[in-house]
Design a protein around this ligand. Sequence first.
Ligand SMILES: NC(=O)C1=CN([C@@H]2O[C@H](COP(=O)(O)OP(=O)(O)OC[C@H]3O[C@@H](n4cnc5c(N)ncnc54)[C@H](O)[C@@H]3O)[C@@H](O)[C@H]2O)C=CC1
Ligand SMILES: O=C(O)[C@@H]1CCC=N1
Length: 274
Amino acid sequence: MTRIAFIGGGNMARSLIGGLLKTGISASAMTVAEPRAEARQELGRDFGVACFAESRLAAAEAQVLVLAVKPQIMPALQGELRDTLQRNRPMLISIAAGVRVDQLERWFGGLLPIVRCMPNTPALIGAGATGLYANARVSPPQRAQAQHILDAVGLTQWINDEALMDTVTAVSGSGPAYFFAVVEALEDAAVAQGMPRETARALAAQTCLGAGRMLTESGEDPGELRRRVTSPNGTTQAALESFAADGLPRIVSRAVAAATQRGVDMAAALDNAS
Ligand SMILES: NC(=O)C1=CN([C@@H]2O[C@H](COP(=O)(O)OP(=O)(O)OC[C@H]3O[C@@H](n4cnc5c(N)ncnc54)[C@H](O)[C@@H]3O)[C@@H](O)[C@H]2O)C=CC1
Ligand SMILES: O=C(O)[C@@H]1CCC=N1
């Protein structure tokens, strides 16, 4: 039985643990390191996993360590985990935004198999999207193991060029927030025209779900799906022309560039701090 230790028991770790339990992995195969006593209690109560305040205790028997702390905390884990990593040589799976494989190798040891991945919050409901990148030390069975862990919470895509992991973060990692922001704006626009907020929210949210399902279930190109909604000189065309006049593609591409750059900058700040 592969033993998996989660270092950090926050939102993303909870979604992965919940997903893995649903795939049939036993709670006894998982441990969690989490400094907050209340969070440890909740993890034990909700999932039946053993929780520890100290990382080295949670990691002691694990073949896989999922590093699920905030990027800024990552360098501090090296002291807590050094002995365990030297003894067991587990595979590390980092889900931290921005943090590069060469940084993880510097902090935790260059000989370790390391997978850098970027999930997103829909993982909480099993509808996540994750990009994964592996260093050369990850064996084919370990690659399959890493994929199995992330498959438990949604779709996975391997990325061969690590530089594109910051793009993954900017597209699917942060992406749910973009759609929430569009739904908020749609809702506000409807309210401004006199619609009750509850009705506006229900219509906007269900439209987001319906469009997402058509995209993922029909196999059709998004452009084709858009054209099918757009009657010549109809209402959709009026809205899309307004989007085009306001430069929607440029707005989106600038936002994605800003998010990508922030990931790069976050990693650079860790270089300077560690
Ligand atoms: N929230 C999001 O949309 C996404 C977040 N991520 C990444 O996932 C990571 C975790 O994010 P969340 O789960 O949202 O954060 P979170 O704040 O919910 O969880 C982090 C947990 O780590 C714990 N922690 C702090 N110091 C620790 C230590 N020394 N040892 C063990 N645990 C420690 C904290 O108490 C907290 O419970 C971050 O690196 C983030 O970049 C990745 C994809 C999406
Ligand atoms: O905003 C962030 O930095 C994290 C990474 C992706 C989603 N949330």
